[in-house]
Design a protein around this ligand. Structure first.
Ligand code: SF4
Length: 275
């Protein structure tokens, strides 16, 4: 029986960058990263993790007390969030909620997204709509890059395809043209990036997602996971020695591989689920 995979955004990034890295990291679980992270980078990840936990607790109505910190950067992020978080629409709130839909040949595989915050309720026009919010503590990205990010495409796709499972009585809230994705950067709180969705974009999105999943499925069937031809990818990949790609050189920090398109710590360390 053919293997069934549960794929999240980071799997798509990784497969696109290098099929062998996808295989090593997610199918045979070669330890990653082999080298310890730079302490400054590790601190940034830990801050990001804690910030997301605080925001989640806020939306769950749980106290932040006991989560105290002497970290002035984290404290300033929190102050910014409390004063300059984007205006939230009315509606039912889902914090840190996952949604999974079938994808690929015969729906064999699954595509999954985990939302920082989803709000389903009436929009300004009075009709049902869905708003996805994603909190970013990293470097702000331009709109064009965010629109193309796998995170954006995966989240909007799974919400359009499977959102009704969350609120069955409001299926119209999950029509593609009723979806909006808002990225909020703590570094630029006054200018959240709002990405609208529509049926044409959803159709194109589906084709692109099906194509990359078909690529993964093909390699899975063939049992072959080629090394990337782009040696630049190897410079920041911990599997250089494993692949015999030491000649690619090494970036000063193994950072870019874990900082693609504004991925946050919780994205980076999310354990993939394999069926
Ligand atoms: S070292 Fe290069 S070929 Fe090997 S997994 Fe990493 S990116 Fe792919």
């Amino acid at each position: 029986m053919a293997e069934s995979l549960t794929l999240a955004q980071q799997h798509l990034y990784t497969f696109q960058a290098c099929p062998r890295r996808f295989y090593l990291r997610y199918l045979v679980h070669v330890p990653w990263p082999e080298a310890p992270l730079d302490s400054e980078l590790e601190l940034a990840y830990e801050r990001g993790r804690r910030f997301h936990r605080w925001v989640e607790r806020r939306f769950l109505g749980l106290p932040i007390a006991g989560e105290g910190t002497r970290d002035p950067v984290l404290e300033s992020w929190w102050t910014t969030f409390e004063h300059d978080a984007p205006a939230l629409p009315d509606g039912r709130r889902f914090a840190e909620t996952s949604l999974t839909v079938p994808i690929g040949p015969d729906g064999r595989h699954r595509l999954t997204g985990r939302f920082d915050l989803l709000i389903v309720g009436p929009a300004a026009d009075g009709k049902p709509a869905s708003s996805l919010f994603d909190w970013k503590t990293g470097e702000p990205r331009e709109m064009a890059r965010l629109v193309r990010a796998w995170q954006t495409r995966v989240y909007l796709f799974v919400l359009a395809e499977g959102g009704t499972a969350l609120v069955p009585q409001l299926p119209e809230a999950f029509a593609p043209d009723r979806l909006t994705f808002i990225y909020w950067y703590v570094a630029e709180p006054a200018t959240p990036r709002r990405i609208a969705y529509d049926r044409v974009t959803h159709h194109r999105n589906r084709a692109e997602l099906e194509a990359i999943v078909a690529g993964i499925d093909h390699q899975l069937t063939a049992g072959e996971w080629p090394l990337t031809d782009d040696w630049k990818e190897c410079r920041h990949c911990p599997y250089r020695a494993h692949c015999g790609r030491q000649a690619a050189g090494q970036d000063s920090q193994d950072i870019s591989i874990v900082d693609q398109d504004g991925l946050e710590p919780e994205d980076l360390w999310l354990e993939p689920q394999w069926a």
